[in-house]
Design a protein around this ligand. Sequence first.
Ligand code: SF4
Ligand code: SF4
Length: 307
Amino acid sequence: MTFFQKIRHYALALGFDACGISRVAAVSDAERYTRWLEENSQTDMTYMAQYVDKRLDPRLLVEGTRSVISVALNYYPCKKLPADVPQFAYYAYGNDYHSVIREKLRRLLKYIKLSNPFAAGRCFSDSAPVLEHFWAARSGLGFIGKNTLLIIPDKGSYFFLGELMLNLEPDCNDTPLTASCGTCRRCIDACPTGALERPYYLNANKCISYQTIENRGKISPCIIPLLSNNVFGCDICQKVCPWNRFAQPHDNPELTPSEEFLSLDLKKLAAMDEEDFQRLFGQSAVQRLGLSRLKRNVAAISETPDK
Ligand code: SF4
Ligand code: SF4
C-alpha cells in the first residue's frame, strides 16, 4: 500500500465517508468562476470575490502545497422534521460541521506527520477561499451536478466537504469522474425560484439558501411567496436528484438532531426566546444566523400561502 493509500484508509477510519487526493495545480476551469463573479451572481457575499488568486491556485493560499486531500462526511439524517412544519436544511440538523470536520482533519494531519516528520499542511472546511467542489471532483471523489453540488456516485450529495493542503507530492494520479447528469434536469425544473438559471449555474440572489441564511437584510420580496416552509436553507434541488436515492443515513452522534429540534413547529419558532435559541442552536450552523434573522425567516414563511 502506498503512503497516500494509507492516508485514505486512515481518513475513512476517522469516520470520513470518502477521501480523494489531487496533485495541486491552478484551477482548470477558472473562467467559469470569474464569469460567475462578473455576472454578480455572488450578490452581496463579497468574500466570494476576495482572494480570487488564492481561490484559483491553492499554492498561493498555502505556500508549498503539493497535494489537496479532499474528504466528505455524510450528513443525511436518519430522523427528519415532519413535512408540514418549517424546514431546516438537513446539514443544519446537528452540530456545526466546520468544527467536526476540521477536528478530524487535524487528526489526519497528525497521523501523516507521525509517518513523515517533514509533512506540513493546513485544514479547511468552508473556512478559506478554496473551490472545494472543484478539488473533490478533480480527485475523483465525485462529479459536479447541474445543481452545482458535488455528487458522489452511489452515495448522493448530502456531504460536507473538507480539504487538507499538504506539502507532500502525491504518489497516485488524479482520476476525475465524468459528469453523470445525462439529460436529467430535475433540479433545474424543481427549483421554485429559478435560481439554477442554467445547468451548473446558480444565481445566489434567487436562491432560498442565500436569502434565508447569508442575506443580512430583508428577504427579497420576489422570493418570499416562493419560500414555502423553508425557514433555514433549502434542499429541494438535492431531494429531487436521482442520485440521492442512494443516500444512507449517517450514524454520527454529533450530527444527530435532538428530539426538541425534531418537535419544532411554526408556533414554537415564533415564540422562541434567546434562551431557547441558544439551547437548541448553540452548537449548530443556525447559531450564525442569530435569533433575530431566524424570526425574520419565520415571519416570511408565515406570509407564504403554503407554509
Ligand atoms: S437550494 Fe433551493 S432555491 Fe437554491 S437552487 Fe436549490 S432548489 Fe433552488
Ligand atoms: S437532479 Fe439530475 S441534473 Fe440535477 S444534479 Fe441530479 S442528476 Fe444532475
